[in-house]
Write a protein that binds this ligand. Sequence first.
Ligand code: MRU
Length: 350
Amino acid sequence: MIKTIEWKNNRVIMIDQRKLPGQETYLVSSNYRQVIKAIKEMVIRGAPAIGVAAAMGVALGAKAIKADNLKNFLNRFNKICEEMTRARPTAVNLSWAVDRMRRLVENSADKKIEILKKALIREARNLLSEDIAINKRLGFIGQKVIKNRATVLTHCNAGALATGGYGTALGVIRAAKEAGKQVQVIADETRPFLQGTRLTAWELVKEHIPVTLITDSMAGYLIKKGLIDAVIVGADRIAANGDTANKIGTYSVAILAREHGIPFYVAAPCSTIDRRIKTGEDIPIEERNEREVTHVAGRRVAPSGTAVLNPAFDVTPHAYITGIITERGILKAPFRRSIAGLWQKDKIRN
Ligand code: MRU
């Protein structure tokens, strides 16, 4: 099993995703600032994975606080939480995980500093194992929409590397394979950061799941030729009406799927749904360094002096989404109602 992140001997260990597939190396963080840096620099990326990293970072930060009373501890703890929340703006799992750490402290009956520190470490580790279990459940539910011998297109990396393990969109593929189905994946390269080329292809090759890599601009050609049966992508933030922010380029694929009558699924845990945000218009979109666009493999390919845009995500309006696969079932339109229903029935806390 691919280990994206773990807590070991009071250190956070992450596979360095910037170096894949060439090198399988691990970055060890011993303080929360190193975790923030790792999130910002994409050592770890993918919505659920940065949620787990943020929780572990907060636990590392809390552990190191030297405070002689609870008030001072809480002041410092809240500052660490705020800093962590600012690491990346679009994926809501990050602030969701930090909020969960804050709630743990608020709701703790025993407010002894040493007890709180231990409870925070436990909570961060639980978050990791819960995420893996959620993805397995989500995958099991989602694989039902995958027919035997299906060819599925995915964009970016919503695999084990983007989560605590197993993956969301790729979790559905893994579960389909475990259910005895033959599935092949068409992976968009996902310019500019190449998560498809470097990470999705790496994961699938490693697990002997047939994968064919294409450049993003080839998707329309393949879909028009009838070579794709379904699209499954992950999500970074889902608004209350189902509008979904995911890696830049996802929106184009959704339109292609609609135009050619193939299903377009989003696979994400409920922690990716942000009910405070009414529509996709309000989702903050991260703008990343222009170097990601002007350079390929560290070499400048664009003329200097050119203007560059680099929004890292786009929003797919809910009307293009066939279903949102979650660990609590597949949500269907009208999404405002099916999403609200999740909280009514099961009393989800976030
Ligand atoms: O910029 P990234 O690599 O963090 O973007 C990741 C994505 O857009 C993924 O598709 C999304 O987080 C879903 S991950 C299960």
